[in-house]
Design a protein around this ligand. Sequence first.
Ligand code: SF4
Length: 349
Amino acid sequence: MKKDLKELNFEELKSELSLMGEKPFRAAQIFSWMHKSLVCSANDMTNISLKLREKLKEEYSYTVLEQEEKQVSKLDDTAKYLFRLPDGNCVESVRMVYKHGVSVCISSQVGCRMGCKFCASTLGGLVRGLSAAEMLEQIYSIERDTGSRVDNIVIMGIGEPMDNYNEVVKFIRMITDERGLNISGRNITVSSCGLVPEIKRFAGEKLQVTLAISLHAVTDEKRRKIMPVANKYSIEELMEAVDVFFETTGRRVSFEYALIAGVNDTEDDAKALAGLAFSHKCHVNLIPVNPVTERGLSAPDRTHVLKFQNMLEKKGINATIRREMGRDIDGACGQLRRKRNIVDNSGEA
Ligand code: SF4
Protein backbone atom coordinates (compact mmCIF):
# COMPACT_ATOMS: atom_id res chain seq x y z
CA MET A 1 0.00 0.00 0.00
CA LYS A 2 1.22 3.48 -0.84
CA LYS A 3 2.08 5.88 2.00
CA ASP A 4 -0.31 8.81 2.41
CA LEU A 5 1.52 12.08 1.72
CA LYS A 6 -0.88 14.00 3.95
CA GLU A 7 -0.22 11.64 6.86
CA LEU A 8 3.47 12.64 7.03
CA ASN A 9 4.37 15.18 9.67
CA PHE A 10 6.98 17.80 8.77
CA GLU A 11 10.00 15.76 9.86
CA GLU A 12 8.73 12.62 8.12
CA LEU A 13 8.09 14.58 4.92
CA LYS A 14 11.58 16.07 5.08
CA SER A 15 13.21 12.66 5.35
CA GLU A 16 11.05 11.15 2.56
CA LEU A 17 12.04 14.01 0.27
CA SER A 18 15.71 13.79 1.17
CA LEU A 19 15.62 10.10 0.19
CA MET A 20 14.42 11.33 -3.21
CA GLY A 21 17.41 13.69 -3.35
CA GLU A 22 15.28 16.82 -2.81
CA LYS A 23 16.47 19.88 -0.88
CA PRO A 24 14.96 20.50 2.62
CA PHE A 25 13.12 23.68 1.49
CA ARG A 26 10.91 21.50 -0.70
CA ALA A 27 9.44 19.93 2.46
CA ALA A 28 8.38 23.38 3.69
CA GLN A 29 6.77 24.17 0.34
CA ILE A 30 4.91 20.88 0.04
CA PHE A 31 3.83 20.90 3.71
CA SER A 32 2.45 24.40 3.25
CA TRP A 33 0.52 23.43 0.10
CA MET A 34 -1.08 20.51 1.93
CA HIS A 35 -1.69 21.98 5.38
CA LYS A 36 -2.01 25.73 4.82
CA SER A 37 -3.29 26.16 1.26
CA LEU A 38 -5.28 22.93 1.65
CA VAL A 39 -4.89 21.87 -1.99
CA CYS A 40 -6.72 18.74 -3.15
CA SER A 41 -3.93 17.31 -5.29
CA ALA A 42 -0.18 17.51 -5.89
CA ASN A 43 -1.16 18.96 -9.30
CA ASP A 44 -2.01 22.25 -7.57
CA MET A 45 1.46 22.67 -5.98
CA THR A 46 2.49 25.17 -8.61
CA ASN A 47 5.96 26.09 -7.33
CA ILE A 48 7.02 22.44 -7.39
CA SER A 49 8.53 21.06 -10.58
CA LEU A 50 6.21 19.03 -12.79
CA LYS A 51 8.61 16.09 -12.47
CA LEU A 52 8.43 16.06 -8.66
CA ARG A 53 4.65 16.52 -8.70
CA GLU A 54 4.34 13.50 -10.98
CA LYS A 55 6.61 11.50 -8.72
CA LEU A 56 4.58 12.41 -5.64
CA LYS A 57 1.39 11.33 -7.39
CA GLU A 58 2.96 8.09 -8.47
CA GLU A 59 4.51 7.11 -5.16
CA TYR A 60 2.01 8.38 -2.56
CA SER A 61 -1.69 8.38 -1.97
CA TYR A 62 -3.28 11.71 -0.99
CA THR A 63 -6.30 11.65 1.33
CA VAL A 64 -9.16 13.92 0.34
CA LEU A 65 -12.65 13.38 1.74
CA GLU A 66 -15.71 13.41 -0.45
CA GLN A 67 -18.62 15.44 0.82
CA GLU A 68 -21.55 13.02 0.53
CA GLU A 69 -24.11 15.18 2.20
CA LYS A 70 -24.47 18.48 4.05
CA GLN A 71 -27.44 19.39 6.20
CA VAL A 72 -27.85 22.89 7.58
CA SER A 73 -30.00 23.49 10.64
CA LYS A 74 -32.87 25.93 10.20
CA LEU A 75 -32.60 26.74 13.89
CA ASP A 76 -29.01 27.96 14.17
CA ASP A 77 -26.99 27.45 10.94
CA THR A 78 -25.20 24.43 12.39
CA ALA A 79 -24.03 22.28 9.48
CA LYS A 80 -23.63 18.52 9.63
CA TYR A 81 -21.35 16.96 7.03
CA LEU A 82 -21.28 13.35 5.96
CA PHE A 83 -17.84 12.58 4.55
CA ARG A 84 -16.87 9.53 2.56
CA LEU A 85 -13.39 8.23 3.41
CA PRO A 86 -11.07 6.78 0.75
CA ASP A 87 -12.12 3.19 1.68
CA GLY A 88 -15.84 3.97 1.32
CA ASN A 89 -16.68 4.26 5.03
CA CYS A 90 -18.46 7.42 6.13
CA VAL A 91 -18.11 9.69 9.17
CA GLU A 92 -19.85 12.84 10.29
CA SER A 93 -18.50 16.22 11.37
CA VAL A 94 -20.44 19.20 12.67
CA ARG A 95 -19.70 22.92 12.17
CA MET A 96 -21.14 25.33 14.70
CA VAL A 97 -21.00 29.12 14.66
CA TYR A 98 -20.68 30.78 18.03
CA LYS A 99 -20.04 34.41 19.02
CA HIS A 100 -16.44 33.47 19.84
CA GLY A 101 -15.83 31.80 16.48
CA VAL A 102 -16.38 28.70 14.41
CA SER A 103 -16.15 25.31 16.15
CA VAL A 104 -15.94 21.99 14.39
CA CYS A 105 -16.66 18.68 16.08
CA ILE A 106 -14.77 15.88 14.33
CA SER A 107 -14.96 12.11 14.43
CA SER A 108 -11.92 10.05 15.41
CA GLN A 109 -13.15 6.55 14.51
CA VAL A 110 -15.58 4.82 12.18
CA GLY A 111 -18.08 3.69 14.81
CA CYS A 112 -17.17 3.12 18.43
CA ARG A 113 -16.86 0.11 20.68
CA MET A 114 -17.46 1.82 24.01
CA GLY A 115 -21.20 1.08 24.07
CA CYS A 116 -22.50 4.12 25.99
CA LYS A 117 -26.25 3.67 26.31
CA PHE A 118 -27.23 7.22 25.33
CA CYS A 119 -25.14 7.36 22.17
CA ALA A 120 -25.98 6.59 18.54
CA SER A 121 -22.34 6.40 17.41
CA THR A 122 -21.81 3.01 19.01
CA LEU A 123 -24.87 1.26 17.57
CA GLY A 124 -22.95 -0.50 14.78
CA GLY A 125 -19.79 -1.17 16.83
CA LEU A 126 -16.27 -0.15 15.82
CA VAL A 127 -15.05 -0.52 12.24
CA ARG A 128 -11.66 1.19 12.48
CA GLY A 129 -9.77 4.23 13.77
CA LEU A 130 -9.27 7.22 11.47
CA SER A 131 -5.82 8.23 10.31
CA ALA A 132 -4.48 11.65 11.32
CA ALA A 133 -4.91 12.68 7.66
CA GLU A 134 -8.60 11.74 7.74
CA MET A 135 -9.08 13.85 10.85
CA LEU A 136 -7.17 16.79 9.33
CA GLU A 137 -9.26 16.48 6.18
CA GLN A 138 -12.52 16.93 8.12
CA ILE A 139 -11.27 20.38 9.10
CA TYR A 140 -9.73 21.15 5.70
CA SER A 141 -12.86 20.09 3.77
CA ILE A 142 -15.04 22.31 5.94
CA GLU A 143 -12.68 25.28 5.48
CA ARG A 144 -12.67 24.72 1.72
CA ASP A 145 -16.46 24.40 1.66
CA THR A 146 -17.21 27.53 3.70
CA GLY A 147 -14.18 29.66 2.85
CA SER A 148 -13.86 30.56 6.54
CA ARG A 149 -11.38 29.58 9.19
CA VAL A 150 -12.08 27.04 11.90
CA ASP A 151 -11.19 28.51 15.31
CA ASN A 152 -11.98 25.68 17.72
CA ILE A 153 -11.89 21.92 17.39
CA VAL A 154 -13.65 19.40 19.56
CA ILE A 155 -12.78 15.74 19.16
CA MET A 156 -16.16 14.64 20.36
CA GLY A 157 -17.83 13.20 17.25
CA ILE A 158 -17.99 9.51 16.39
CA GLY A 159 -15.44 7.43 18.30
CA GLU A 160 -13.41 7.40 21.50
CA PRO A 161 -10.23 9.45 20.81
CA MET A 162 -8.17 7.56 23.41
CA ASP A 163 -9.02 4.31 21.61
CA ASN A 164 -7.19 5.69 18.55
CA TYR A 165 -4.39 7.21 20.59
CA ASN A 166 -1.42 7.52 18.22
CA GLU A 167 -3.38 8.97 15.31
CA VAL A 168 -5.24 11.45 17.54
CA VAL A 169 -1.98 12.70 19.06
CA LYS A 170 -0.45 12.97 15.59
CA PHE A 171 -3.51 14.91 14.39
CA ILE A 172 -3.20 17.37 17.29
CA ARG A 173 0.52 17.92 16.63
CA MET A 174 -0.11 18.52 12.93
CA ILE A 175 -3.12 20.83 13.27
CA THR A 176 -1.21 22.94 15.83
CA ASP A 177 1.94 23.03 13.62
CA GLU A 178 2.79 26.65 12.84
CA ARG A 179 3.65 25.59 9.29
CA GLY A 180 0.08 24.36 8.85
CA LEU A 181 -3.25 25.74 10.14
CA ASN A 182 -1.54 26.62 13.42
CA ILE A 183 -4.63 26.23 15.61
CA SER A 184 -3.75 26.78 19.25
CA GLY A 185 -3.87 23.72 21.50
CA ARG A 186 -5.96 25.81 23.89
CA ASN A 187 -8.67 25.84 21.24
CA ILE A 188 -8.80 22.06 21.04
CA THR A 189 -10.91 19.86 23.32
CA VAL A 190 -10.44 16.12 23.49
CA SER A 191 -13.27 14.17 25.00
CA SER A 192 -12.88 10.76 26.60
CA CYS A 193 -15.27 8.34 28.26
CA GLY A 194 -12.44 7.47 30.65
CA LEU A 195 -9.72 5.11 29.41
CA VAL A 196 -7.51 5.59 32.45
CA PRO A 197 -4.07 4.39 31.20
CA GLU A 198 -4.42 6.37 27.95
CA ILE A 199 -5.44 9.55 29.80
CA LYS A 200 -2.33 9.30 31.97
CA ARG A 201 -0.18 8.72 28.90
CA PHE A 202 -1.90 11.65 27.16
CA ALA A 203 -0.96 13.89 30.10
CA GLY A 204 2.68 13.08 29.37
CA GLU A 205 2.36 14.42 25.80
CA LYS A 206 2.20 17.90 27.39
CA LEU A 207 -0.23 19.19 24.79
CA GLN A 208 -1.97 22.39 25.90
CA VAL A 209 -5.41 21.05 25.05
CA THR A 210 -8.54 20.77 27.15
CA LEU A 211 -9.56 17.33 28.34
CA ALA A 212 -13.28 16.71 28.75
CA ILE A 213 -14.31 13.62 30.66
CA SER A 214 -17.66 12.09 29.80
CA LEU A 215 -18.65 11.38 33.39
CA HIS A 216 -22.45 11.17 33.21
CA ALA A 217 -22.88 9.44 36.60
CA VAL A 218 -21.35 9.89 40.03
CA THR A 219 -21.46 6.41 41.48
CA ASP A 220 -19.82 3.35 39.94
CA GLU A 221 -23.11 1.52 40.11
CA LYS A 222 -25.03 4.14 38.11
CA ARG A 223 -22.16 4.68 35.72
CA ARG A 224 -21.92 0.98 34.93
CA LYS A 225 -25.58 1.01 33.90
CA ILE A 226 -25.04 3.60 31.17
CA MET A 227 -21.31 3.29 30.36
CA PRO A 228 -19.71 -0.16 30.00
CA VAL A 229 -16.24 1.42 30.39
CA ALA A 230 -17.12 1.83 34.07
CA ASN A 231 -16.85 -1.94 34.48
CA LYS A 232 -13.16 -1.57 33.73
CA TYR A 233 -12.25 1.61 35.58
CA SER A 234 -13.82 2.97 38.76
CA ILE A 235 -14.60 6.64 39.26
CA GLU A 236 -11.78 6.74 41.81
CA GLU A 237 -9.27 5.51 39.24
CA LEU A 238 -10.65 7.95 36.68
CA MET A 239 -10.30 10.87 39.11
CA GLU A 240 -6.71 9.89 39.76
CA ALA A 241 -6.07 10.16 36.00
CA VAL A 242 -7.83 13.55 35.95
CA ASP A 243 -5.47 14.75 38.70
CA VAL A 244 -2.43 13.47 36.79
CA PHE A 245 -3.58 15.38 33.69
CA PHE A 246 -4.11 18.60 35.65
CA GLU A 247 -0.84 18.33 37.56
CA THR A 248 1.20 17.55 34.45
CA THR A 249 -0.32 20.03 32.01
CA GLY A 250 -1.72 22.74 34.29
CA ARG A 251 -4.93 22.51 32.24
CA ARG A 252 -8.23 22.18 34.07
CA VAL A 253 -10.38 19.25 33.09
CA SER A 254 -14.09 19.54 32.43
CA PHE A 255 -16.81 17.01 33.19
CA GLU A 256 -19.45 16.32 30.58
CA TYR A 257 -22.68 15.28 32.26
CA ALA A 258 -25.61 14.18 30.08
CA LEU A 259 -28.75 14.67 32.14
CA ILE A 260 -31.09 11.70 31.73
CA ALA A 261 -34.52 11.82 33.34
CA GLY A 262 -34.86 9.35 36.20
CA VAL A 263 -31.30 8.06 35.78
CA ASN A 264 -28.79 10.64 37.02
CA ASP A 265 -30.73 13.82 37.81
CA THR A 266 -31.54 13.63 41.53
CA GLU A 267 -30.48 16.02 44.28
CA ASP A 268 -28.05 13.39 45.56
CA ASP A 269 -26.52 13.16 42.09
CA ALA A 270 -26.07 16.94 42.04
CA LYS A 271 -24.43 16.91 45.49
CA ALA A 272 -22.03 14.11 44.60
CA LEU A 273 -21.19 15.75 41.26
CA ALA A 274 -20.46 19.03 43.03
CA GLY A 275 -18.18 17.15 45.43
CA LEU A 276 -16.20 15.54 42.62
CA ALA A 277 -15.94 18.77 40.62
CA PHE A 278 -14.76 20.65 43.71
CA SER A 279 -12.09 18.14 44.73
CA HIS A 280 -10.71 17.86 41.18
CA LYS A 281 -11.10 21.55 40.22
CA CYS A 282 -13.32 20.77 37.27
CA HIS A 283 -15.84 22.77 35.34
CA VAL A 284 -19.14 20.99 34.60
CA ASN A 285 -20.97 20.98 31.25
CA LEU A 286 -24.54 19.82 31.58
CA ILE A 287 -26.03 18.31 28.44
CA PRO A 288 -29.74 17.51 28.50
CA VAL A 289 -29.53 14.14 26.74
CA ASN A 290 -30.55 14.24 23.09
CA PRO A 291 -33.10 11.80 21.73
CA VAL A 292 -31.71 8.67 20.07
CA THR A 293 -34.71 6.62 18.94
CA GLU A 294 -33.20 3.20 19.62
CA ARG A 295 -32.25 4.09 23.19
CA GLY A 296 -35.56 5.32 24.62
CA LEU A 297 -33.84 7.79 26.98
CA SER A 298 -35.04 11.34 27.50
CA ALA A 299 -33.90 14.55 29.13
CA PRO A 300 -35.50 16.05 32.24
CA ASP A 301 -37.67 19.12 31.53
CA ARG A 302 -36.05 22.55 31.34
CA THR A 303 -37.09 23.54 34.89
CA HIS A 304 -35.44 20.44 36.29
CA VAL A 305 -32.25 21.06 34.28
CA LEU A 306 -32.06 24.62 35.64
CA LYS A 307 -32.69 23.32 39.17
CA PHE A 308 -29.85 20.81 38.78
CA GLN A 309 -27.52 23.58 37.55
CA ASN A 310 -28.59 25.75 40.46
CA MET A 311 -27.79 23.00 42.97
CA LEU A 312 -24.25 22.80 41.56
CA GLU A 313 -23.78 26.56 41.57
CA LYS A 314 -24.92 26.81 45.18
CA LYS A 315 -22.02 24.50 46.03
CA GLY A 316 -19.67 26.90 44.20
CA ILE A 317 -19.32 24.83 41.02
CA ASN A 318 -19.12 26.54 37.66
CA ALA A 319 -21.70 24.68 35.56
CA THR A 320 -22.90 25.56 32.08
CA ILE A 321 -25.81 24.07 30.19
CA ARG A 322 -24.64 23.16 26.71
CA ARG A 323 -26.57 25.04 24.04
CA GLU A 324 -28.15 22.42 21.86
CA MET A 325 -26.93 23.06 18.35
CA GLY A 326 -28.35 21.43 15.24
CA ARG A 327 -30.88 19.30 17.04
CA ASP A 328 -33.21 19.30 14.00
CA ILE A 329 -30.48 17.67 11.88
CA ASP A 330 -29.35 15.12 14.52
CA GLY A 331 -26.12 17.08 14.83
CA ALA A 332 -26.09 17.29 18.59
CA CYS A 333 -24.06 15.28 21.09
CA GLY A 334 -24.60 11.53 21.02
CA GLN A 335 -26.61 11.72 17.80
CA LEU A 336 -23.83 11.22 15.26
CA ARG A 337 -23.72 7.84 13.60
CA ARG A 338 -22.33 5.95 10.67
CA LYS A 339 -25.76 6.35 9.12
CA ARG A 340 -24.78 5.59 5.54
CA ASN A 341 -22.88 2.43 6.42
CA ILE A 342 -25.45 1.15 8.87
CA VAL A 343 -28.09 1.52 6.17
CA ASP A 344 -25.81 -0.14 3.60
CA ASN A 345 -25.03 -3.06 5.91
CA SER A 346 -28.65 -3.69 6.75
CA GLY A 347 -29.44 -3.93 3.07
CA GLU A 348 -32.14 -1.28 3.35
CA ALA A 349 -30.60 1.14 0.88
S1 SF4 B 1 -20.33 8.62 23.89
FE1 SF4 B 1 -18.33 8.58 22.86
S2 SF4 B 1 -17.26 6.84 23.84
FE2 SF4 B 1 -19.44 6.58 24.30
S3 SF4 B 1 -20.21 5.23 22.66
FE3 SF4 B 1 -20.55 7.38 22.02
S4 SF4 B 1 -18.77 7.90 20.77
FE4 SF4 B 1 -18.25 6.07 21.96
